[in-house]
Design a protein around this ligand. Sequence first.
Ligand SMILES: [Zn+2]
Length: 150
Amino acid sequence: MALRSRAHDQLVERVVARLPELPQPWSIEDFIDRLGSVRGRPILVWPYAMTSCLTGMWYPDTAVDHIFVTKAATGRYRDAVILHEACHVILKHGIDTCYDANLDILIRHSNLLEERIAEDFAITVLNVADQRAYLRGRSQLAQSFGARYA
Ligand SMILES: [Zn+2]
């Protein structure tokens, strides 16, 4: 069985294509703010000392979506964890819940397909942000030193 299908790839592409403009330079905080604004529902990111193998969690309350990210994640890895959870937010993933006594909340559990989609979404957004940063850098080089440097 293939890990990914064409429908899976198309779904990720459609979700990425409908995102708000990616911040340039890239900033996960700016991106999450923009995403919350576009959705009309704020998204708050909280560092959290995860006690299990979890790296991130999404918890929607009545007015706000909360994304918890492990304190152990930094840099691009942290961005990827947050983007993974943002994908769950956008697509409203989660088929069942369980109670987490540490957080005193119900945690949604996603299925394997949703996890793969969220992973691909995170990687795709970071790749697009990298590509735009590269093109922006080339454009700035061309403006500073002429087209032959771009
Ligand atoms: Zn997930």
